[in-house]
Design a protein around this ligand. Structure first.
Ligand SMILES: NC(=O)c1ccc[n+]([C@@H]2O[C@H](COP(=O)([O-])OP(=O)(O)OC[C@H]3O[C@@H](n4cnc5c(N)ncnc54)[C@H](OP(=O)(O)O)[C@@H]3O)[C@@H](O)[C@H]2O)c1
Length: 358
């Protein structure tokens, strides 16, 4: 039996992961963690009988230190997942990573730790799972570029003026994926795609100049890679996160899944467009933070977490999100090669600064 801890078990990824595990015969839930949703956590405890359960930020830290787990799925939202990721690497666990924010804020540090402890991250994010599948077994020298696809979110065809009037309800209506609230807002501002560029850079060691983002409204091609001979290999599937979650858990094997099959005739057409960066300043800010590197991505992420939270509480407008991030980034002088402590400090300072701005 493979023993698995699911951090963030009450979330969108966490609940899908529990569904996946219930259909895989050789997994046993050993740990579960949540933040506030105690009702759902109670139900999950009853059904899965985990040995360890944790609640809140401190609980999350403690559960990531347990030695019994063979696999740790990190599915919490936000940079709160960073310490768990560091702990899981140091304990040499097999890591299935959904929590992209930890790679955004501390990508260079995580890369170093993965090398030091000879640990591999198996991506859960559908785009990165796709890339991971496309390059598996290939010589990295054969890769000429990574092609990240983006649905474009609900406002793909909106003018900048029209964006000023969008409501929380409009933002939470994602056209192709059903996800947690924070990532749904991130998908509408397209900062999520910027995060994914940073994630791909650190996961696959690809320079930023070799990562292309393409709008693909149908979200059928989850991403792909181009090789030096010009051949493109891409991965397709339904928009169901149970597929990349299961692959991250069973890799390198593939097991039968309960996910509905993709009917290509029903899909009919696949379209691709360029991003219009003028409408998506958050995407540009993410690329800019990535290029500055050091502690700047931590500022980008912390400012975004606070701004998105306030937007979801109806305290700021949608277009205020990029403005707050930009102001926070302008105030910050990036520190090169930061330690974990530096990143955590910048993260907490930025949160305070952005709260004050609001
Ligand atoms: N959803 C998707 O389809 C998808 C796809 C790709 C990548 N991802 C990434 O996966 C991660 C999770 O996304 P999600 O959509 O599943 O988020 P979600 O539905 O909001 O769930 C987040 C989980 O984290 C827990 N949590 C939140 N704050 C916490 C804290 N301070 N301390 C401890 N636990 C905390 C929540 O607990 P409570 O429920 O108890 O509050 C919940 O279990 C994100 O990094 C996201 O970018 C998600």
């Amino acid at each position: 039996m493979i023993k698995i801890s699911i951090l963030g078990s009450t979330g969108s990824i966490g609940t899908s992961a529990l569904d996946v595990v219930s259909h895989l015969k050789n997994f046993k839930i050993i740990g579960l963690s949540a933040n506030k949703n105690i009702t759902l956590l109670r139900k999950q405890i009853k059904e899965n009988k985990p040995k360890i359960v944790a609640v809140g930020r401190d609980g999350l830290k403690n559960i990531s230190l347990i030695k019994e787990a063979d696999v740790v799925l990190i599915a919490v939202v936000g940079s709160v997942g960073l310490t768990s990721l560091v702990n899981a690497i140091k304990l040499k666990k097999r890591i299935a990573l959904a929590n992209k924010e930890s790679l955004v804020v501390a990508g260079v540090l995580i890369e170093k730790l993965l090398k030091k402890y000879s640990v591999k991250i198996i991506p859960v994010d559908s785009e990165h799972s796709a890339i991971f599948q496309c390059i598996d077994g290939r010589n990295p020298k054969e890769l000429s570029k990574v092609i990240l696809t983006a649905s474009g979110g609900p406002f793909r065809n909106y003018s900048y003026k029209k964006l000023s009037a969008v409501t929380v309800k409009d933002v939470l209506k994602h056209p192709t994926w059903k996800m947690g609230r924070k990532i749904t807002v991130d998908s509408a501002t397209l900062i999520n795609k910027g995060f994914e560029v940073i994630e791909a850079h650190h996961l696959f060691g690809v320079p930023y100049s070799k990562i292309e983002v393409v709008i693909h409204p149908q979200s059928i091609i989850h991403s792909g890679v181009e090789f030096v001979d010009g051949s493109i290999i891409a991965q397709m599937g339904r928009t169901d996160m149970r597929l990349p979650i299961q692959y991250a858990l069973t890799y390198p094997e593939r097991k039968i899944s309960t996910v509905k099959r993709l009917d290509l005739v029903k899909v009919g057409k696949l379209e691709f467009f360029k991003i219009n960066p003028r409408n998506f300043p958050c995407f540009e800010l993410a690329l800019s933070a990535a290029k500055i590197s050091g502690t700047m991505p931590a500022v980008l992420n912390a400012a975004n977490e606070i701004a998105v939270g306030k937007f979801l509480e109806n305290k700021i407008d949608f277009l205020k999100i990029p403005k707050l991030i930009e102001r926070a980034m302008k105030k910050h002088c990036s520190v090169k090669n930061p330690l974990l402590e530096d990143i955590l400090q910048v993260d907490s300072e930025t949160r305070k600064i952005v709260e004050e701005m609001i």
